[in-house]
Design a protein. Structure first.
Ligand code: GLC
Length: 561
């Protein structure tokens, strides 16, 4: 694998709407991001991905873009964006934007023009089909519920395709003119100083055509879009073209939201000449999901979590560089998902931080993760904003699940969990805004907030700082960034341990993923304790006594394995 400028960095995702509000409208803004750059720098962050802040009706919180060349006034102006790029540069930081090009908004001028003239230039930017006798072109179910087909405004017999929400019409990537428009826009941003993009929902850009039905998998008579994705061939042609026309000439960084890739395609995606610099590991996030909806999902145990993560590490090997996360804006909080209920103490949160952060790959922190933010409790469905949660709620009720259980399901899996405002301090609204926050602040902000942790050497925040520093320490960097990943004690229940290894150095990450203590063998002599999430590290006779949820990072000598 070729070394790249970004391999040794720490990356961070900002969800601008919920990060920091400087003008009191209850919505986070770009000035808020600028205001917090020093904070991020101090945490150890180099690369910052901003979830969408382009002009948007926010039907899917900005993942429905009405103008790719403008900042939504709720988030600020293009001057704010230029200022952010300049301020980031001063601090040796890199800004990524979200590239949402499977679809745009139905309020984008392309779509408006397509409605005016469905058979003209802009009609060909979308998938528009004639519908006879009410029979839709295919029976796919959109990700947010209901058929993927919606009547084209102003035309009774024409329907357009949307694999997500009906306000997110799919762009027709088969049309070279559309592709040119996208590359032009990407280059416009990269020329402006953007370091790259996070690439949204990208696998969906290739449709299996012509449209056809697949066997229905629920009583609604529809089928999952995955049937079609499975059959769609040739997404690589588009992605390779995108790479050559945009990323490559700018030496920019790109990280794909890639689901359902086939193992043999990994080198194409993230190999040395891959479509993207990196892609996220979602093995653990999708674990336990059911085609029937969230209500039919099963939880994940510590052993499952370890097995998912290790499977990805093995699969990737030296092919490329994966991006490791425990949460993002579409997921519940990592500490609420991957630590069994009732056990998410600060020590357990730091343990989880240790085991994912030091894997081979680029570590990402999602805003609030660094202070141990948790899922939010719900009193009623009226408190829920996320369209996906609302759809899954309806699906659950239709399947006979009680309202109480359906609400609990949203507490476990809902996307709002990660979208509640950042908890800066214990003052009103957690210091996020002086106005009324657009989404409820998690009431636990009085305990969990940055101000309470900032100067506490034992805090979760300081622990994340230490992890980032350790990974960048010249004495260990080569091993922690590039060293091989070797599982250790993989068959031990509730243990997550692995070696990171180069010819010259071996580092052991070892964690007790449960409340009861465990004594475990060590694979070699301990040269140095590099980090531990609790004070006492007890090593004797080639063994380590780990307290509940203790995680320790050791530099070893003479490893036999
Ligand atoms: C991605 C985004 C998600 C969005 C969807 C449609 O999965 O992460 O937030 O709803 O794409 O754009």
């Amino acid at each position: 694998m070729k070394k790249q400028w970004w391999h040794g960095k720490t990356a961070y995702q900002i969800y601008p709407k919920s990060f920091f509000d400087t003008n009191g409208d209850g919505i986070g803004d770009l000035q808020g991001v600028i205001r917090k750059l020093d904070y991020l720098k101090d945490l150890g962050v180099d690369i910052v991905w901003l979830s969408p802040c382009y002009v948007s009706p926010l039907a899917d919180q900005g993942y429905d873009i009405a103008d790719y060349y403008a900042i939504d006034p709720r988030f600020g102006t293009m001057e704010d964006m230029d200022q952010l790029l300049a301020e980031a540069k001063k601090r040796d930081m890199y800004i990524l934007m979200d590239l949402v090009v499977n679809h745009c908004s139905d309020e984008h001028e392309w779509f408006k023009k397509a409605c005016e003239d469905p058979f003209g230039k802009y009609g060909k930017y979308f998938y528009i089909e004639q519908v006879k006798d009410g029979k839709l072109p295919c029976n796919w179910r959109s990700y947010f519920g209901g058929p993927v087909w919606e009547k084209l405004p102003g035309h009774d017999d024409l329907y357009y395709l949307h694999v997500f929400h009906k306000k997110q019409p799919d762009l027709n990537w088969e049309n070279p003119e559309l592709r040119e428009e996208i590359y032009k826009m990407m280059n416009w941003w990269l020329d402006r100083g953007l370091a790259g993009f996070r690439i949204d929902a990208i696998i969906n850009i290739k449709k299996a055509l012509p449209f056809k039905d697949y066997p229905a998998d629920r009583e609604d008579g529809l089928c999952s879009v995955h049937n079609m994705l499975h059959e769609a061939k040739g997404v690589g042609v588009f992605l390779g073209e995108m790479r050559d026309r945009t990323f490559k000439p700018h030496n920019s960084f790109s990280v794909g939201e890639v689901f359902n890739e086939k193992e043999e395609e990994l080198p194409d995606f993230i190999g040395d000449d891959g479509y993207f610099s990196s892609m996220f590991d979602f093995a653990e996030t999708v674990f336990g999901q059911s085609g029937d909806g969230w209500h039919a999902s099963s939880g994940i145990t510590p052993d499952d979590y370890r097995n998912c993560v290790f499977a990805t590490q093995r699969k990737i090997g030296q092919i490329g560089y994966i991006s490791n996360i425990i949460e993002n804006h579409d997921e519940p909080r990592g500490v609420s998902r991957y630590i069994p209920e009732g056990e998410a103490t600060p020590a357990a949160k730091k343990m989880l931080a240790t085991v994912y952060f030091l894997l081979r790959g680029l570590p990402w922190i999602y805003q609030g993760q660094e202070i141990g933010m948790e899922n939010i409790k719900l009193n009623s469905i009226d408190e829920v904003d996320d369209i996906s949660s609302i759809d899954n709620y309806k699906v659950a009720l239709a399947a006979g699940v009680s309202e109480k259980e359906a609400l609990h399901m949203i507490e476990l899996y809902g996307r709002d969990n990660a979208r509640t405002p950042f908890q800066w301090n214990a003052s009103e609204n957690a210091g996020f805004t002086t106005g009324t926050p657009w989404l409820r602040v998690n009431p636990n902000y009085t305990q969990i907030n940055l101000a309470a942790q900032k100067d506490d050497p034992d805090s979760i925040f300081q622990y994340y700082r230490a992890l980032s520093r350790l990974r960048k320490d010249p004495a260990y960097q080569e091993t922690l960034v590039y060293g091989a990943f070797i599982p250790y004690l993989e068959d031990h229940h509730n243990v997550m341990a692995y070696l990171r290894r180069t010819d010259d150095q071996t580092i052991l990450v070892i964690a007790n993923y449960q409340t009861q203590p465990q004594t475990l063998p060590l694979p070699g002599k301990v040269n140095r304790i590099l980090l531990a999430n609790t004070g006492n590290v007890s090593i004797q006779n080639g063994q380590i006594d780990l307290e509940g949820y203790q995680a320790v990072v050791l530099e070893l000598g003479n490893v036999i394995q």
